[in-house]
Design a protein around this ligand. Sequence first.
Ligand code: ADP
Length: 160
Amino acid sequence: MKKNMAVYPGTFDPITNGHLDIIERASDLFDKVIVTIALNTNKKPLFTKQERMDMIRKVTGNFKNIEVDSFDGLLVDYAARKNASVIIRGLRAVSDFEYEFQMSLTNRKLAPNITTIFLMPNEKYSYLNSSLVKELAKFKGKTSCFVPDYVREKLERKFK
Ligand code: ADP
C-alpha cells in the first residue's frame, strides 16, 4: 500500500550510495518522493545548489516517482506547501539518533499532521556520509564504492 507524498530533506553534498539506498526504499513506499536540498544550514557545501541538484537528478533518473527540489526556511512549512504528510530521514548508527530524535519531535510539535519516518540503509552504508567521501576524494582516495560514477567524476573534477 502506498501513502501519497513524502519529502526527503538533506544537504546531499554530494549524494552518496547511502542516500540512494534510502531513496530506493522510500520510492517503493510512497507515490511520490521529493528529494529536497536544505539551503539554510550552517554547513558550507562543497557543491553549489545547482551542482547538487544536477547530481541527484542524474543518479535518480531511473526512478519514476522522484522529484528534485530545494528549500529555505522551516522544513515543516515546506512539507505542508508540497502537501507531503511524511518526512523521510535515514538512520545510520546510534550517533544519528539524538539529533534526529530532537528534530522529529520538534517538527511534530510544529506540525502534528506530518510524520517523520526513519529508514535504515543496507548495513554496508551504515558508516557512510558525504564528509567521508569528500575527505577521500580530496586526498585522491577511491570513492567508487561509495558514490555513483557520475558523482565520482564530479568529485575528481572538484579536487583536480
Ligand atoms: P543532513 O545535513 O540533513 O544530515 P545529509 O545529506 O547528510 O543531510 O543527510 C540527509 C539524510 O540522509 C539524513 O537523514 C541522513 O541521516 C541520511 N543519510 C546520509 N547518509 C546516509 C547513509 N549512508 N545511510 C542512510 N542514511 C543516510
